[in-house]
Write a protein that binds this ligand. Structure first.
Ligand code: 1HN
Length: 364
């Protein structure tokens, strides 16, 4: 058995060994620091983009930049200042605003990163998913799951802006990005009143089509969640006086696959929250990141002790393990998207409740 020899730092045999490690593309763990942090140390920072600025910049791009090129989408990506110039809102989530002018079309393509749209205002764009036309109006959630063909049409007289979220940074980290442009020229079929997806799976609460689905896809077969339904579900929670929502002034719903109750897509969880003024919901921090789109109302989001005033159209990045607390100045409706299904599938879910709100500094 070899005798272990411990070398002084200036020992030439040791520095030869370190040189040979480097030459052979090896690194000794005992020299590496910061690998196993006590808690997550995200590079992304808590950040708020203002809706008013996003709208104005989208409109200016609409005037100056044609929709062709750059993936055939007029999209402004949220580039988190902590991520060194990458066009990503958090480590795992792409967030963006997309602007489509009257008469414009964003032609079909498909890709493995899954996408969703939450409409902040306006109506009249149709997103075709595998040819099924989904009408888009304020407060609606539209899914374009992984590898589905999708195209956007604006046949109306007004421009439209919406919030896009994709799991692109996650899929890129897994080296699983595939993309295919559409071959056919975009065909607009916006005359149907209701998409096939909604006709089959949006019949009403607890009502599913009879018979066995031929295959169970990894995503919800319902591709549009209408605002009227979401709004009714939230209001209903406050109407029931014995509910937790009535007690705390905070109601929320999770958008689910109606056939399974699972999240709408395997990589992203979507929720709609309503906070009433004076609510008592505690602060929380979670492993995994999320994005918030402010739909209606006004208030404050406190991220790791820094207060950001929020109004409709604002978009907020919440990196992993950031404390989040809300103050509602008027009923505050927030759409959120997170990577929670991924963390849960991998056994990595962690949550920590009740932030200490004592050290709150207003943001610039
Ligand atoms: C995409 O396909 C859309 O279809 C929007 O609307 C944003 C960002 C990155 C990659 C693909 C769309 C996107 C995107």
């Amino acid at each position: 058995m070899a005798t272990r020899r411990f070398h002084a730092a200036d020992d030439s045999a040791l520095s030869d060994l370190y040189g040979d490690f480097a030459e052979k593309d090896l690194q000794p763990l005992w020299e590496l620091t910061g690998l196993l942090t006590h808690t997550p140390k995200p590079k992304a920072v808590p950040y708020r983009w203002r809706g008013k600025e996003l709208r104005e910049l989208g409109e200016r791009a609409g005037d100056l930049v044609p929709v062709e090129g750059g993936g055939d989408r007029r999209v402004l990506a949220l580039a988190n200042p902590g991520l060194g110039g990458a066009p990503y809102a958090t480590a795992t989530l792409w967030g963006a605003v997309q602007y489509l002018g009257p008469g414009e079309t964003a032609p079909a393509h498909r890709h493995t990163p899954a996408a969703l749209r939450f409409v902040l205002e306006g109506e009249g764009v149709w997103t075709l998913v595998d040819g099924d036309p989904l009408h888009m109006a304020a407060g609606d959630l539209i899914l374009t799951p992984s590898w589905t063909w999708h195209e956007h049409h604006n046949p109306g007289a007004d421009p439209m802006t919406w919030f896009d979220a994709l799991d692109l940074p996650l899929v890129e980290a897994l080296d699983a990005v595939f993309f295919e442009p559409g071959r056919e020229p975009a065909a607009s079929n916006n005359t149907v009143v209701r998409s096939a997806s909604e006709s089959r799976y949006g019949g009403g609460p607890g009502l599913l089509p009879g018979g066995q689905p031929s295959e169970a896809p990894a995503h919800s077969p319902l591709l549009r969640y209408q605002w009227a339904d979401t709004d009714r579900a939230l209001s209903g929670q406050f109407t029931d006086q014995s509910s937790e929502a009535a007690d705390t002034g905070h109601a929320y719903v999770r958008f689910a696959d109606p056939t399974s109750g699972r999240d709408v897509m395997p990589t992203m969880r979507c929720e709609m929250h309503r906070y009433l003024p004076g609510h008592t919901a505690p602060g929380v921090r979670r492993a995994g990141s999320s994005l918030i789109a402010v739909f209606r109302g006004a208030g404050v989001v406190i991220l790791d002790g820094t207060a950001h005033h929020i109004t409709p159209g604002d978009l907020v990045a919440v990196p992993s393990w950031t404390w989040v607390t809300y103050i509602a100045e008027e009923p505050l409706d927030l759409f959120t998207v997170s990577d929670a299904p991924v963390l849960e599938a991998l056994g990595l879910r962690r949550e920590h409740g009740t932030a200490d709100p004592s050290q709150i500094t207003p943001s610039a």
